[in-house]
Write a protein that binds this ligand. Structure first.
Ligand code: FEO
Length: 404
């Protein structure tokens, strides 16, 4: 049965949430589910803005048919061609053969890559600044390449000031009846997933997100309508500010996150001692993560949030312990920069993980690795306890020097 939601008197939210999906993109756990948003504008012409993942296709088709109320579909605006938004596009092409397809030239070329349907005749390529008038509404298109694919654009309704922002400003998490961010406890319950979504999906493309933010700053936005998660109509500036931090690789919080890769618990013991000493010295909200047990997408998200990062790793097969190696390479892939890092290594016969972690971090931009890697030979002894104390002094002084 249909479940169409009203955004404004003539803009409707179609789509649905998937609460059964284990791994978004077959890699990111989504224990809170995920929503796939599509929008329908009922103007003199009817306009569908994006489609949805096939997982919620049945609901989407019902919603679309119901919301159209027997009217034809005149336009399909495609902001993003990734299959979580377009796997139902082929069926829309078949069901609404007269609908014009409005998209960037790159998106149009991708249609042919994903579908056999030849839609050349009904495609309307648009470029930066082009507009489409559908009666009362006029839509303006702005290109947003690499937020998160190269073909991405965003669509601004110049009439009612809605920005259909594609993946930007999206988040993991199913919609549970409430569709607006001001109707949920976003800061306490959604922000960690919003951060994890941003950093893991778009984190690498900070400069491109900054470009989009500059374009958005010139607009009067009353509604921010992403393809995942709740719609923003209040406090939009607060969420934009989060995007400013994330996309400029600026830490949100001055604190220490300790990431620990420990086989038998001895490296973890060192990490525990460091965490305790940091707390004693006044560092608030210290975090200690076991990289073998916390999903790497959460580790990446926390590395984007925190100003100071400690990597504590056992040596394994003469290399960095595998889960830590995987995490560090993921951080590099996501372009993290502008952080202060410190290292703890361990090895029973040859501790080399510190040197190798420093080399890996050295390939990333603007990562300052503090001198004085704490080196363990199997377990923490008095000499290492003193080294951890000294490291805690250095880190705490740096964290607290700049204050909040
Ligand atoms: Fe939600 Fe890049 O797709």
């Amino acid at each position: 049965m249909y479940c169409v939601r009203t955004v404004t008197p003539d803009v409707f939210l179609l789509g649905a949430s998937d609460r059964r999906l284990s791994l978004f993109e077959n890699v990111f756990p989504v224990p809170r589910g995920v929503s796939y948003n599509a929008y329908l504008v009922l103007d003199e012409k009817t306009v569908l803005v994006d489609t949805v993942d096939s997982a919620v296709g049945a609901h989407f088709y019902e919603n679309l048919e119901h919301a159209l109320q027997g009217r034809p579909l005149d336009y399909v605006i495609i902001n993003h061609m990734e299959p979580d938004h377009c796997s139902t596009l082929g069926a829309v092409f078949r069901c609404y053969p007269d609908a014009k397809v409005v998209a960037s030239a790159k998106a149009i070329s991708m249609i042919g890559q994903f579908f056999d349907a030849d839609v050349t005749e009904r495609c309307m390529p648009v470029k930066e600044g082009d507009t489409l008038c559908t009666g009362r509404h006029t839509f303006a298109f702005a290109m947003a390449p690499m937020v998160h694919w190269p073909e991405v654009m965003v669509t601004y309704d110049t009439t009612d000031k809605l920005l259909f922002s594609a993946d930007a400003f999206g988040t993991f998490g199913a919609l549970n009846g409430n569709i607006f961010a001001d109707e949920v406890n976003f800061q306490s319950e959604w922000l960690p997933d919003a951060r994890r979504y941003y950093t893991n999906i778009v984190g690498k493309y900070g400069p491109q997100v900054q470009t989009l933010l500059k374009k958005a700053a010139a607009l009067d936005i009353q509604y921010l309508c992403p393809l995942h998660g709740p719609i923003w109509r209040k406090d939009i500036g607060w969420f934009v500010e989060k995007y400013q931090h994330w996309s400029s690789y600026t830490p949100e919080d001055r604190t220490v996150a300790i990431f620990c890769g420990s086989i038998y618990g001895n490296t973890e013991n060192a990490a525990e001692i460091l965490a305790a000493r940091l707390a004693d010295k006044g560092v608030r909200d210290v975090r200690l993560y076991d990289v073998s047990h916390t999903h790497v997408s959460e580790l990446v998200s926390e590395a984007f949030r925190c100003s100071h990062l400690v990597f504590a790793s056992a040596t394994y097969n003469g290399e960095i312990y595998t889960p830590m190696d995987n995490f560090l390479r993921d951080l590099k892939s996501h372009g993290l920069r502008n952080r202060t890092a410190a290292l703890i290594e361990n090895g029973t016969w040859a501790a080399v993980s510190g040197k190798q972690m420093a080399e890996l971090l050295g390939t990333m931009k603007d990562i300052t690795v503090l001198e004085g890697t704490v080196s363990l030979k199997s377990s923490v002894k008095e000499a290492q306890r003193q080294s951890l104390e000294a490291l805690a002094d250095t880190l705490a002084a740096d964290v607290l020097a700049h204050g909040e």
